[in-house]
Design a protein around this ligand. Sequence first.
Ligand code: 5RP
Length: 260
Amino acid sequence: MNWGMKNRLARIINPKTKRCVMLAVDHGYFQGPTTGLRNLGKTVNPLLPYADALMITRGAIRNWISEDMDIPIVLRVSGGQSILKELSNEIITTSICNAIRINATAVTCSVYIGGEFEKQSITNLAKLVDEGEHYGIPVLAVTAVGKDMARDSRYLGLASRICVETGAHIIKTYNCENFEEVVEACGNTPVVMAGGKKIGEKDALTMAKNVIDKGAAGVDMGRNIFQSSKPIGMIKAVRAVVHDNIPVDEAYKIYEKEKK
Ligand code: 5RP
């Protein structure tokens, strides 16, 4: 791995704790104005001081994020479909040149294992990895879960391993029973957890704790942070679980203590 690639990865995953709290706010690329992100800047800007990285699209950055922010950007570069159509039908929507111009620290795309356009999404990842390695830009692969996919370690392990073998530098996948098997299947490639649909704050913290205990390098959470009634309290609590190994009950107190 070249120096630039290592340096960029170290900006995302803290080299001291080997952990990361990434804030995912890229939902609009296929969901439109997702609850909590209609005015993305209003929701996201107050959370930036607590995020190690921000997963976002180029359009959202230009509209809602100031150029003087200094959080590493993990730029969503796949899309081309919507919730009204087949989700796996993605293409690369942002060129590597544009990603560099935006000063992205990493780029990201989804991979739909078992989806109708599985091969196309793996091809997107492979192309990005080739370009990323040329320019020293890491690629985060999201194992996107279609409606009919089981969220178990067998499926998530299969999807994650295919992303690893295709060359992804970070894997984003979902919490499941026996999560350690998914981590093991990824070798030395860091694994971060996607949050999924909004659930109770304590349950979301328990999920984060589970993956950290089973070897994840951190989380890349969206709705369970920005749709919380106290988003700052929630991201602080998630940080405590991820970076400080704090038990869920104590982390929950951090969330509760925060003002609305
Ligand atoms: C969509 C994504 C989102 O970033 C991902 O779903 C994370 O957000 P959440 O925690 O809300 O699920 O990668 O494919």
